[in-house]
Design a protein around this ligand. Sequence first.
Ligand code: AMP
Length: 215
Amino acid sequence: MIVILLGPPGSGKGTQAKRLVAKWGWPQLSTGDMLRSASTQGTRLGLEAKKLMDKGELVPDEVVIGLIKERAQAADCESGFILDGFPRTLQQAEALDQMLASTGREVDLAVLFLSSDEVLVRRLSGRRTCLKCGSMYQLETMPPRSQGVCDQCGAVLVQRDDDKPEVIKSRLAVYHEKTAVLTEYYRSQGKLRSVDANQPFDAVTVNLIQALTEK
Ligand code: AMP
């Protein structure tokens, strides 16, 4: 099954994607994680991307489309994958469709994470991320067991540069301007489902699994 988790930054797509990975074993393809990893490794692509990410802007379509094309060819993606943070523009969505069609596949479902900007700002401001393994925490609702330390791998947790208040605003504006149109794109294909992402994480997981399994 090929599933897209669609929604604004901070709506919990990454957290829920990891839960689906644990439940169903499909890999999570997160362009944000791929770009952060390239930036940590100091590759030219990663460093260029970081400049845009730190301002809350989108990385060029051709860059992220290239990353997804390469990753989706891997053997572990054969029986499906979960897209988290891709596509973010109409051009990316169309490129994804073309790429899948070339191997006789298609997107099965896109699940829209509905959340208010007020909740998103609060969540993103309190988010802490492990740069080593990608685990995410939320100081109010999902804190680590030991302050500032990743439960999974013991590395130090950081606040992402783009989770700082001034950048959060730009990221939300970019979402409304460039990504929100994808809702209509998938709705018109009869592939859109939605979940109330303002709920606590466990309730969202229950609704998400329902959305993905209901006929
Ligand atoms: P995320 O971790 O999904 O919130 O992504 C963090 C940042 O990476 C975004 O604010 C963008 O700068 C960049 N990024 C991630 N995915 C994409 C994408 N599909 N298209 C363009 N830029 C992206």
